[in-house]
Design a protein around this ligand. Sequence first.
Ligand code: ATP
Length: 305
Amino acid sequence: MDTAPAVRARGITKCFGDVVALDGVDLDVAPGQIHGLVGPNGAGKTTLLGLLLGLAVADEGELEILGALVGRALAAPGGVAGFVDGPGLYPALTARQNLAALAALRGVGTAGIDDVLAEVGLTDVAGDRVRGFSLGMRQRLGLAAALLTKPRLLVLDEPANGLDPAGKKHVHGVLTRLANDGATVVLSSHRMDDLEALCSEVTILATGRVVFSGPLGKLAAENRELDYRIRTSDPEAARRVAAETSGIHDLNAAPDVLVVRAQVPALDELVARLVRDGIAVRELAPVVSPLEAAFLALTEQEVTR
Ligand SMILES: Nc1ncnc2c1ncn2[C@@H]1O[C@H](COP(=O)(O)OP(=O)(O)OP(=O)(O)O)[C@@H](O)[C@H]1O
């Protein structure tokens, strides 16, 4: 397994004319991680992923990929595969022919084609022309194309775009397996639930700047108060206990469910007291996930700054 960071970026700046797409971005991604990039439209996610894929070069800063410093010349870093702005495919060719063409271009041989088609669940349509493929099928084929080179760093821009729930589950399974085998995945998504299901760490970008980067758990622990929905065996009694617990604000949202605003330590205390009083906690969930709450708070701050 690799020990060097899969990605180490320091002070990366990238401009398009007057537009500052990335503004002093630092990023650390350890090997074997699935790292999510999230941010509002135009935050710089695709630009950053493009730099990792060697599709563009930073104006300033230092970028190391898989332990090697990326130079100033445009070149795909070794061991890296993926796509931004949708996978580039030939519509007139079949799925298998697309992969064969890519294998020839990259000099990797065609032996792995059936395996990667099976991996993404496209074996049955391998002989069909891509022209007739749905968006989700194209995304899967793009993933298969990236897998063909057995990348140590897989870079994907919105890989779940167009996938139905089963397709998404399948792709998540593929990415998780890859990471378990030691590969690193950096992906962008607008779906907080996908990122929470898949990623160990996330980076939140806003107007080209990193406003958070780290483990998802840190967001929950560090973040300000969140709203939590708590279903119990006795909502009336639970409400009384909540009123007596400091740091808990009852939002009085519904009669049969307790919705409170609290930080994690106060919430822990409330749960302990409920249990002590013999009130069963049947469900406890944030109304808005920690990632979504942080996303809204941190990116709103940036936008209005
Ligand atoms: N080739 C380009 N030429 C000019 N401006 C560009 C180019 N690529 C990106 N930009 C600008 O850079 C900024 C960042 O764009 P980028 O596509 O990286 O954002 P994003 O976070 O991926 O957005 P989205 O969520 O909408 O895909 C935007 O203001 C965009 O208009």
